[in-house]
Design a protein around this ligand. Structure first.
Ligand code: FAD
Length: 522
């Protein structure tokens, strides 16, 4: 044991020297004692965005939390080293957030995929203990076997638990249960100092809160305890169309005010034929709606609300009746309400069906210049106008999601940044501009740069004018990050000093660039 530790330390020293050397010599798998450190791969330097490709010098495929602790413990103990480390979940970031230029990428999916359940009795909670590299789809598949499921989701499930908890994790259930970070009971985290810490709201709460929505800056999540609830067997899934933005948002706000009846609320802008039939693979209703989209100079756009009601077969709830009660209060376009009943699994896994369809058309592995923003309720109309001034509906490829969230479902002690709540509105919105740019369809370098420039303009203008904040944020400069955090910057930076003083973690976010051997704040 002792000998193994000494070997590991010596090997790590060689590693650090090799990474700091101008002549990188990691070309083949290296024996770093028990650490499975490998030469870089193309996967480690790419992500879903396909915009940035930063190559690390090595990849760690950890077999246990201890492997990560050894690596970080050694790097944080050596002021010699400038080596940075990024945890990589499923790599579904847009702007290289899980990349580490010339550093080490820790591939979280190499951790043994452990999922353990505790099923509470009547009146007790149920939960699952899962490794940080487990994907939500795996947790769903396993938990359904026990009739259970997490309460809060993302739209797409091929994302890791550690990856979404480092951001927030939102979807149509967020209005009811809060984001995924509001549904975690406990974490195991390896800090930037290499310490393995079990933390929760009552133990090492500051680390717990820092890591949730912490953009991978304070520690690597190796385990999480996720709250579960009874899973419905089926879901009644409804879509209703609107031709007026004010009516659309008013109805969305009505729906989120009825959490006893409604289980999911989202919505999207119908810009063109393609968005009208968005995710029609998963939503197999016969949509008999042929709107007039106007002309290029005078486009007409529409809106679609999606809501869902869970169907628990043993409860004998009449979901048809529940939908009827809800929809009677809505003001959608006449006859433009469609519904389908699908299994709970298919409902949650709906984006995977779209993925398979897009893959078969060669349209999945393209550039994704996405922009997500949290918008205060008071500014949602101006945000819509800003958006429409900066996109052309006739050639927009992708989806624009808009749906309301409720502030009081978010814990403001976590690291997540929301718009200031000056007006005390309980409602805020999330808007996701989920755009594809296909080089084979004429959108290569120049076109992509132009789309990114426009998104930056939207983000900057909406930030300055209406106090909107980016979700899954990307800021090219540290000063952009200072502005993003606003008055929360000091707390974020202080937590960094405490949990990752040598600025080793999360270099791809660009929040704390590592300058010459300085610890943050020194
Ligand atoms: P990665 O991209 O691998 O990592 C993201 C960040 O987290 C990086 O900074 C990384 O260093 C850090 N990180 C990763 N693992 C850990 C860990 N174990 N511990 C500490 N830090 C870690 N998001 C939503 O909220 N709602 C949605 O509905 C939604 N839908 C999406 C649909 C698609 C098709 C895609 C591509 C993305 C979607 N996202 C959504 C965004 C997604 O939640 C984030 O991009 C998330 O980071 C992806 O998880 P990942 O496992 O791929 O993380």
């Amino acid at each position: 044991m002792e000998i193994a530790m000494v070997c590991t330390r010596v090997s790590l020293l060689i590693l650090i020297l090799s990474l700091c050397s101008p002549y990188k010599f990691i070309q083949s798998p290296m024996d770093f004692g028990p650490l499975n450190l490998l030469p870089t791969t193309t996967t480690a330097s790419s992500d879903f965005g396909r915009i940035l490709f930063q190559s690390p010098s090595a990849v760690l495929k950890p077999q246990s939390s201890r492997d990560i602790s050894l690596l970080l413990g050694f790097l944080s103990g050596s002021s010699l080293s400038k080596v940075t480390v990024a945890a990589r979940g499923a790599g579904h970031s847009i702007h290289g957030q899980a990349q580490a230029l010339d550093g080490i990428v820790v591939e979280m999916c190499s951790l043994p995929s452990e999922i353990e359940f505790y099923k509470g009795g009547e009146g007790e909670i149920s939960y699952a203990d899962v490794s940080g590299g487990v994907m939500w789809i795996e947790l769903l598949e396993q938990s359904l076997k026990l009739g259970l499921a997490p309460r809060s989701w993302t739209d797409y499930l091929y994302l890791t638990v550690g990856g979404t908890l480092s951001n927030a994790g939102i979807s149509g259930q967020t209005f009811k249960h809060g984001p995924q970070i509001s549904n975690v009971l406990q974490l195991e985290v390896i800090t930037g100092r290499g310490e393995i810490v079990a933390c929760s709201p009552s133990k090492d709460a500051d680390l717990f809160n820092a890591v949730l929505g912490g953009l991978g800056q304070f520690g690597i999540i190796t385990r999480a305890r996720i709250l579960l609830q009874e899973a419905p067997q089926k879901v009644k899934w409804v879509r209703a169309f609107y031709d007026d933005f004010g009516t659309f948002t008013k109805d969305q706000e009505l729906l989120v005010s009825m959490p006893d009846l409604v289980d999911y609320v989202e919505g999207f802008i119908v810009l063109n034929e393609q968005s009208l039939h968005s995710s029609s693979v998963a939503f197999p209703a016969n949509v008999d709606f042929s709107p007039d989209f106007g002309t290029k100079s005078s486009p007409k756009i529409y809106y679609c609300i999606e809501f869902a009601v869970h169907d628990y077969q043993h409860k004998n709830t009449n979901v048809e009746q529940v939908v009827e009660v809800i929809s009677r209060q809505m003001s959608h376009m006449v006859s433009q309400l469609y519904s389908v009943e699908v299994s709970y699994f298919d409902f949650l896994n709906r984006v995977r069906m779209e993925e398979m369809s897009l893959r078969s058309l060669g349209m999945w592995e393209v550039h994704h210049p996405w922009l997500n923003m949290f918008v205060p309720k008071a500014g949602i109309s101006s945000f819509r106008d800003l958006l429409m001034d900066n996109i052309s509906p006739d050639n927009f490829d992708g989806l624009i999601l808009i749906y309301p969230l409720l502030r009081d479902k978010w814990d403001t002690n976590t690291s997540v940044v929301l718009p200031n709540s000056g007006s005390m509105d309980r409602v805020m919105y999330v808007v996701g501009i989920l755009r594809s740019a296909n080089p084979d369809d004429g959108c290569s370098h120049h076109c992509l740069q132009e789309l990114l420039r426009r998104h930056r303009h939207i983000a900057d203008t909406a930030g300055a004018r209406i106090g909107a904040k980016q979700y899954l944020a990307h800021h090219p400069t540290p000063s952009g990050w200072h502005q993003h955090f606003g008055r929360r910057w000091e707390q974020f930076a202080e937590r960094k000093t405490r949990f990752d003083p040598l600025l080793i973690l999360g270099p791809g976010q660009g929040i704390f660039p590592r300058s010459n051997n300085a610890a943050y704040g020194s």
